[in-house]
Design a protein around this ligand. Structure first.
Ligand code: DLL
Length: 436
């Protein structure tokens, strides 16, 4: 498939010019956040750094980090850097009220974000001749709105399907001849299976490419999806705090994701010491937003473990590439595209009157994530009627679904059957093999 650029002037910029541009933007951006975000100003003051100390990207390491906890402490708008009247949109991460992050956007922020998604669509060969089916969730989640905006910018006919209702997805895909599919890789795999179940062969659909992200997936899964849908499957990465999908994207070389580094400056740090690591070393990915007006993250710690490379890419883009994230340095799980913190499940158990003896098991069966929650009953709760247990399991599953937005399988087990640990409790078993 032909590789095209949406904004070649930035996508193929020389390293020297890119670094000059990044430096100019950084100097301005540090002033903007220092003047408008009290808690970041306090962090800088505490470190003894002033905006005048930042002359270019070589001084980036002097700036304090922002963590998810900082965002939680400042919920909902402590990081808002412009008057709210200048904002046109919010998006938000999944999670409990305590963990939820609300990201604000001005029109310019939305424009840049959509440009980034347009780059991703053109990088997989998208043009105004394409029919782009967006089957990421719409609403607070950034997936749907981001790819929707990118698809408009490229001029594709956009099918704003949102996720779910697979019957309807398939009907529109076939009737309108969708050529590009955007959704989570697990949903793509499910759509592939559903097509097969309905007697369709891969060549029966008009799809040529898929843009899949929001959760970790393997090369093996890529091959399965490519086979079942008869397409090329591409990765896309992003996070709500930095804008949404399109922070980085894969090109037809399928060899890592190009970071839109004219907007998002990337660093890799040692997650324990915070020290900046050289190119090629594995560590935590940190982003600084160079243009964001409303929610300008500075050295935001993503918790994603990753490697960067500046090796030349055959597509001609000079944008630095990141490998697929190789895990996280916190306990967040991503199950069917939804961010899940074990503490959320624990909160529900306690609210529902269960003891905090539980085990969360995540697996991937036929390319679909499974979430099993084993919960130990106390002696008092232990009921010998199967009916009683089944009803209690159902009710707990519903309560967890309300919290997370995804359905778990709940198993109530007899007292003292979940192994106790002598050190830190092992509450999560992630049996998915996500990396080589
Ligand atoms: O998942 C944004 C997105 C939407 C990206 C659609 C791609 C496509 P959040 O819900 O804030 O935002 O979750 C962000 O998801 O820190 C990673 O841990 C993980 N993640 C996102 N993309 C990928 C990917 C969206 N391609 C968190 N591979 C991030 C692995 C990913 N993990």
């Amino acid at each position: 498939m032909e590789n095209r650029y949406y904004q070649p002037e930035f996508e193929t910029m020389s390293l020297e010019d890119m670094q000059k541009l990044q430096s100019e933007k950084l100097v301005k951006q540090v002033k903007h956040i220092y003047e408008n975000v009290a808690c970041y100003r306090a962090k800088m003051d505490e470190k003894g750094v002033t905006p005048d100390d930042i002359k270019g990207i070589e001084d980036l390491h002097k700036l304090p980090f922002i963590t998810k906890d900082d965002l939680r402490d400042q919920y909902p708008n402590g990081f808002l850097a412009v008057p709210q009247s200048e904002c046109v949109r919010i998006q938000s991460t999944s999670g409990t009220t305590g963990r939820r992050v609300v990201a604000f956007y001005t029109q310019k922020d939305v424009d840049i974000w959509e440009d980034c998604c347009a780059r991703a669509i053109m990088a997989v060969g998208g043009t105004n001749e394409d029919v782009c089916q967006v089957a990421y969730g719409y609403g607070l989640f950034t997936g749907g709105p981001g790819l929707n905006g990118g698809s408009h910018r490229v001029g594709c006919l956009t099918l704003p399907m949102s996720s779910g209702n697979t019957e309807r997805q398939i009907q529109f895909m076939m009737d309108l001849g969708a050529t590009i599919l955007c959704c989570t890789p697990s949903y793509a795999a499910y759509i592939g299976e559903s097509l097969k179940d309905r007697g369709y062969k891969p060549e029966d659909n008009k799809l040529k490419a898929g843009i899949f992200g929001a959760e970790p997936w393997t090369e093996e899964m890529r091959r399965d999806i490519e086979k079942s849908l008869g397409i090329k499957a591409y990765d896309i990465y992003g996070l709500t705090e930095i804008s949404g999908p399109g922070v980085s994207f894969e090109c037809t070389a399928q060899a890592g994701m190009h970071i839109n580094e004219d907007h998002f400056l990337a660093e890799i740090i040692d997650p324990d010491t915070g020290e900046v690591l050289p190119e090629g070393e594995k560590g935590e990915l940190v982003f600084t937003c160079l243009d964001k007006e409303a929610f300008p993250m500075m050295r935001y710690r993503t918790r994603d473990i990753c490697v960067l490379t500046r090796e030349k890419c055959s597509c001609g883009r000079t944008l630095v590439r990141m490998r697929k994230p190789m895990g996280r340095s916190d306990d967040m799980l991503i199950v069917r595209g939804v961010n899940v913190f074990p503490s959320q499940i624990e909160t529900v158990l306690l609210q529902e009157g269960y003891a905090p003896n539980y085990l969360i098991e995540v697996d991937r069966v036929n390319n679909t994530d499974t979430l099993d929650v084993y919960v130990e009953l106390t002696e008092d709760q232990f009921s010998d009627t199967v009916k009683g247990v089944t009803a209690a399991e159902k009710s707990l599953a519903n309560a967890i679904k309300t919290m997370l937005g995804i359905n778990p399988a709940v198993h109530l087990v007899a007292p003292k059957t979940i192994a106790r640990s002598e050190g830190k409790a092992v509450r999560v078993k992630d049996k998915r093999k996500l990396h080589d």
